[in-house]
Design a protein around this ligand. Sequence first.
Ligand SMILES: Cc1ncc(COP(=O)(O)O)c(C=O)c1O
Length: 370
Amino acid sequence: MNRIYYTKPSITQLEVQYATDAATNGWGEKCYDYINKFEALFAQHLGTKYAIATSSCTGAIHLGLVALGIKPDDEIIIADTNWIATVAPITYLFAKPVFVDILPDTWCIDPDSIRKAITPKTKAIYVTHLYGNLCEMDEILDIAQKHGLSVIEDAAEGIGSVYKGKKAGSIGDFGTFSFHGTKTITTGEGGMFVTNRKDLYDTIQILNSHGRNPTNPKQFWCEMIGYKYKMSNMQAAIGCAQMERIEELILRKREIFSQYQEGFQGIQGISMNPEKKGTKNGYWMPTIVCDKSLCFDREKLLKKFKENNIDGRSFFYPLSMMPMFEEKRENAISYDIYGRAVNLPSYHDITQENIITVVDVVKKALKGSL
Ligand SMILES: Cc1ncc(COP(=O)(O)O)c(C=O)c1O
């Protein structure tokens, strides 16, 4: 039986051709050509003024926080349900992540919890568009404006998601993306920092070059201690090919989601990624959350998936549950939902037959409670 992967990149002859060209010719004065092109294509797609390619989304987040001027003991409000990469760079700067609860329908940060968590030390609200689902951006921007806070968007999972005409990642002070091999578009590993703020763009150009200012002609002169989270030209070549195919890749994610939706139609008690009025979901990761009435056992389902050669994926644990952080059980939805939820396979080449197999395994696992 063929394995049904949870994600796998869609690589065509175009990616191979561009990567081969970069490996063959992309040296010397051409060593930044694909990087420059990838950044321009990405900024154009997103509708932001600036885009800077990085070696990972984690690196892009780290650079962004430094550029924003985040200092030790500053507080950043962030959803408890998150991937560790979103929060780790906050701790690199000895700032404090303040974990708050999520909404039951979008699984993204709850604006009311944000309001309650604001203190004089709060510097930013940091939102993650989880699994393609969109955060309540109007409300969040309003809170931020009232309290003079920055808004950071982790849109690593938000390619193809659009909030009231604006693409995820383009709405806050800055946004970040991941091109890890599991994402909607990939460069193997890689990330992108995007912003409309020239001050952040200029600072990151310096920070990401070990403190060298590109406007200073003095060679090897550093203005500050910086970082080096750069993407290679060969990765960017793959990225350029993916950008030529981005609409097709997003469309395929949406088709896969609707096939799952069809498969689960009529089953009471299963909710999937929402698409609220005025938004478009890029559906990076089709996810099911089972109602408490269904006696759903996540571990049992993941085991059944394994027996059927299907890759299942656990919904994120609340980060405050992990040993590095202080437990925060008052984030009741974050602590409740993960045990009732799994992410389903959604790589671009998955077949309808594969999707039917996955749906059947879920239905069988739920048998008795349906
Ligand atoms: C929401 C979120 N943030 C950040 C990251 C980190 O991305 P990267 O692995 O490119 O650093 C990921 C990737 O897994 C992610 O899903």
